[in-house]
Design a protein around this ligand. Structure first.
Ligand SMILES: NC(=O)c1ccc[n+]([C@@H]2O[C@H](COP(=O)([O-])OP(=O)(O)OC[C@H]3O[C@@H](n4cnc5c(N)ncnc54)[C@H](O)[C@@H]3O)[C@@H](O)[C@H]2O)c1
Length: 436
């Protein structure tokens, strides 16, 4: 098939490379000129394990190209994918303006009937609105499909080739068959396509992310209760995660969820409920609990310094919202570092991939904020070390070296990975969350 994909972010680029690798002829488009020029040279605009190899192989094979505009060939695409951003507006609703801008481009440029598959996460009813707009403005019959993306940053390639499911929201049999055909090469281990109505599909995406966020927030609340009553959240997790009805995933307490999806998608779902007079009390509480958890981590840090943070040196390990990504959107570390700086601390940050993005988004390098490629350099002279993201190289650190380099002895383990090292017995003031 000939396929055009609008958006070369995490979703668009992975989709483009994945479909090209399945043998389709793919053009990936973006309005960001620099990004397109770099992609043509094989430079990947963000860190995602395995993506570079996949992109290079398909560029070499002539199946994957990048452009700012549709070429004559791809005006005749069999399918157009929309994978542009839908960031939160100030009021918390999803901003779908880029999705509709792409819709208008497709209406103007397409040369024949085609599928329009919406991968962007959009409020329920958006695909119907896109269909209506195309019916009015496009001379060709366009069939709009909701095809939400469930990839995880950091494991996106594996998720693409081994999806738990491919959800397609369609309103007619023929389009459903075309979509099934497009995804057929992924069906090797059984049929993974779940077809449903467009509105159900749109809601499925929001429901999935909010369900996962709910599990995290619930565990985070329990972790605070564990601190209060002397229980251990890791033991509780093992105890409930072994129940098949519950399962072990997304039960890890930490500094709160972040990233480009959970916060905005929970918020968009809450607004969808409000706009339809169906208050979503659980989702509202999930957001509140998440904010409270960030504050809880900050309060733990502050508790080490009763005299205040002025000129205290705090090392922060991990700035991305999770390991294996350089994405810092809504990262808990952003809130923590900004709060530390506002209170007069000197912050020394380390992250193997995300420091550049973090400096741009939250805290440019300067006299009070520095970034270090080597994690041990970040703790030189520190009064406390805060672990915010559990990259693999933080799992088994040399605590003797850490002690030697630090000026103070405070350790805040916001990811609960160091309790096994009995750091209090080794002279540290060790604080974690819901565990000792
Ligand atoms: N990042 C994830 O893990 C993830 C997972 C599932 C779903 N989603 C959803 O997928 C969508 C895209 O997310 P993302 O993280 O890939 O976004 P992103 O911000 O990384 O990339 C979006 C890209 O779209 C481009 N763009 C904007 N307007 C355009 C236009 N008119 N024409 C062509 N390109 C345009 C931007 O320049 C940018 O490069 C969002 O709705 C998001 O919620 C994201």
């Amino acid at each position: 098939m000939r396929i055009s994909i609008f958006g070369s972010g995490y979703v668009g680029l992975v989709t483009a490379a994945g479909l090209a690798d399945m043998g389709h002829k793919v053009l990936c488009l973006d309005i960001d000129e620099r990004r397109i020029l770099e992609l043509r040279e094989g430079k990947i605009p963000f860190f995602e394990p395995g993506l570079g190899d996949l992109v290079h192989r398909n560029i070499r094979g002539g199946r994957l190209e990048f452009d700012l505009h549709l070429d004559d060939d791809h005006r005749k695409s069999d399918a157009f994918f929309i994978a542009v951003g839908t960031p939160p507006k100030e009021d918390g609703r999803a901003d779908t303006s880029a999705v509709f801008a792409v819709t208008d481009t497709i209406a103007k440029e397409t040369r024949h009937a085609a599928i329009v598959a919406v991968k962007s996460t959009v409020p329920v009813g958006t695909c119907d609105a896109i269909q209506e707009r195309l019916d009015k403005s496009c001379p060709h019959k366009m069939s709009v499909v909701s095809n939400p993306e469930f990839l995880k940053e950091g494991a996106a390639i594996d998720d693409w080739f081994h999806p738990h499911r491919v959800v397609i929201g369609v309103e007619d049999e023929q389009t459903e068959q075309q979509m099934r055909e497009m995804y057929r090469p992924l069906q090797l281990s059984g049929d993974r396509v779940i077809a449903m109505k467009r509105r159900s599909s749109e809601l499925t995406k929001y429901a999935a992310n909010t369900m996962l966020a709910t599990r995290i927030s619930f565990m985070n609340e329990l972790s605070r209760l564990c601190d209060a009553i002397g229980a251990d959240i890791s033991q509780v997790r093992a105890g409930i995660g072994s129940d098949h009805r519950i399962g072990p995933a997304f039960l890890y307490a930490g500094p709160g969820y972040g990233g480009s999806c959970f916060p905005k998608d929970v918020s968009a779902l809450i607004h969808l409920g409000r706009d339809n007079n169906v208050p979503l009390e659980v989702a509202e509480a999930v957001t509140r609990a998440n904010q409270a958890q960030r504050q809880y981590v900050l309060d733990k840090i502050l508790s080490l310094f009763p005299g205040g943070l002025k000129d205290k040196v705090i090392a922060v390990w991990g700035l991305a919202f999770k390991p294996e990504t350089d994405d810092v959107r809504d990262a808990p570390a952003g809130f923590i570092v900004q709060q530390l700086l506002e209170r007069g601390a000197i912050v020394r940050g380390h992250d193997p991939e995300a420091a550049t993005n973090f400096a741009k988004a939250y805290a440019p390098a300067g006299p009070r904020m520095s970034y270090h490629d080597r994690e041990y350099e970040a703790i030189d002279g520190a009064d406390a070390l805060v672990l915010m993201t559990e990259w693999r190289h933080f799992r088994n650190p040399d605590f003797d070296d850490i002690k030697h380099r630090m000026r103070g002895n405070g350790i805040i383990d916001a990811r609960l990975i160091w309790s096994i090292f009995k750091l209090a017995d080794r002279g540290f003031r060790y604080l974690s969350i819901g565990t000792r």
